[in-house]
Design a protein around this ligand. Sequence first.
Ligand code: SF4
Length: 226
Amino acid sequence: MVVNEIFYSLQGEGFLAGIPSVFVRLAGCPLRCKWCDTKYAWDKEAGNDYSIEKIHKAVQQWPCKFIVMTGGEPIINSDLPQLLQKLKSLGKHITVETAGIAFIPDLACDLMSISPKLSNSTPNASKLATVHENSRLDEAILRKLIDNYKYLLKFVVDSQEDLAEIQKTIEEIGDVDLEKVMLMPQAATRDELLAKSSMVADMCERTGFAFCQRLQVLLWNNERGT
Ligand code: SF4
């Protein structure tokens, strides 16, 4: 597997925000979101080749129960089931962070943190935009992930206009537990996060969705390895 980085930090987002976690960032993502904050992990070769054994050993550097598989897009990696099985044998709690563009059954995953991509993520370049638009949202795949895993649904909000699209997406997925929906400000820097947080907080108060913080941006201004 191509590993972009492995590091120890606090989970910055989702219902487990604040929990010390080991992050395993796998390389490769086909979506190329406009505001992606991990562009350095897009390329399938953006990292070093690791065996499952080597990853298994690397995560044990820290006495930490929580592991976050992230990317890139980890769920497109065909070796993911075997890796998670191996990590699970250590008694770890495993979160998989995904855009929800692929489904793998029976993963040893304790929390599927799904972030379906809205049209606000579409890249400007027309060639990238076509690939992105064709693959960013598949309600049937999202449905399968939700049916098969403990999950949260995290939407990245760039402006007020995104709310209608979020509500339409939830409706199209169907039967979503609304208590598992989170709204997160689109922000690559601390200043941007602070500027957009009150707009998103207000949206959360109106809808009942949970506010999703981004501790890695707030505390470390999105520095790599946080
Ligand atoms: S899906 Fe995630 S990793 Fe991939 S481009 Fe979009 S934000 Fe970046």
